[in-house]
Design a protein around this ligand. Sequence first.
Ligand SMILES: NC(=O)c1ccc[n+]([C@@H]2O[C@H](COP(=O)([O-])OP(=O)(O)OC[C@H]3O[C@@H](n4cnc5c(N)ncnc54)[C@H](O)[C@@H]3O)[C@@H](O)[C@H]2O)c1
Ligand SMILES: O=C(O)C[C@H](O)C(=O)O
Length: 335
Amino acid sequence: MFNRVARRAFSSTAASNYKVAVLGAAGGIGQPLSLLMKLNNKVTDLALYDLRGAPGVAADVSHVPTNSTVKGYGPEEEGLKQALSGADVVIIPAGVPRKPGMSRDDLFNTNASIVRDLASAAGDYCPKAALCIISNPVNSTVPIVAETLAKKGAYDPKKLFGVTTLDILRASRFISEVANTNPTQEKVSVVGGHSGVTIVPLISQTTHKGLPKDKLDALINRIQFGGDEVVKAKNGAGSATLSMAQAGARFAGSVLNGLAGEADVVENSYVENPVFAKEGVKFFSTPITLGPEGVKEYHAIGETSDLEDQLIATAKETLKKNIEKGVNFVEQTSK
Ligand SMILES: NC(=O)c1ccc[n+]([C@@H]2O[C@H](COP(=O)([O-])OP(=O)(O)OC[C@H]3O[C@@H](n4cnc5c(N)ncnc54)[C@H](O)[C@@H]3O)[C@@H](O)[C@H]2O)c1
Ligand SMILES: O=C(O)C[C@H](O)C(=O)O
């Protein structure tokens, strides 16, 4: 088996060589996300783990002729340990998705322990890896991972990321539909968390700050509740998977670009943010620069309108409760 040095020495095409593990790789998000990570030329070792089905996904994805080996693992024969050992980046979309009528918080009871146990394994087998958390409710699962790792002395706040990139993608797309512009040119910072009122798009920072109030309100509401559109349309068959895979691959790609020392890699992410932590909201999504050690710089959210100030205040109140719920869960369930 290639060790890290050998992997780097044998690669001639990629700028850098990394092991990426996807936990929940056979799911609705996991499969297309695994394919997209296979297409990332910084990835030389792709480890796909799931309770079931990962070896099949790995065999399938492995035929794509890019510069990585792909292996699938199940829980038997220390599969999780093997998948995680040596990983530089771990992406976690494991857990159940919403059905119509459910909130993301309704997923807490099932997903909290799944995420806690996977985080615990990551703390044991790849304590230096960057962790990208997709499993909902992100507002609570990220604090669960932080607390779980902290108990093992393996928590690095600069390497734990809640993936909120889907809100960024939606904001670009939805604003372009309102303004009749090219979505690829629309950049909207979305701050706060990842559920309903905690999702705060900063439209005042775009060139569309002059939108009439009714259109602005409708746009903000659509970005905040975009996930519900997909849940409703899928009618019981789950939530966003394909757009989420694209969002997850973009975010993980940026984490890899940061690890590789590329300049000016900026994404929004739900991380432990020292500025907001002082106000009692330990985790908050803002733009961050990614670097070789994870978060390199926390950016201020910038100028905001009165309306956005109100939305941020509301988001903070909900986030405090979501964070506390995650922290309490680890307190109450850790052995
Ligand atoms: N952050 C976001 O923006 C965002 C967007 C969409 C979905 N999500 C969330 O992502 C999660 C996954 O969604 P999905 O549509 O892929 O669901 P899915 O049910 O299609 O897939 C989940 C996969 O996780 C696996 N799994 C469950 N427990 C596991 C464990 N202990 N170890 C390893 N794998 C395990 C399942 O076997 C399954 O293959 C949900 O919680 C969903 O709410 C988040
Ligand atoms: O809506 C969901 O439950 C999934 C995800 O968080 C989304 O925003 O699409």
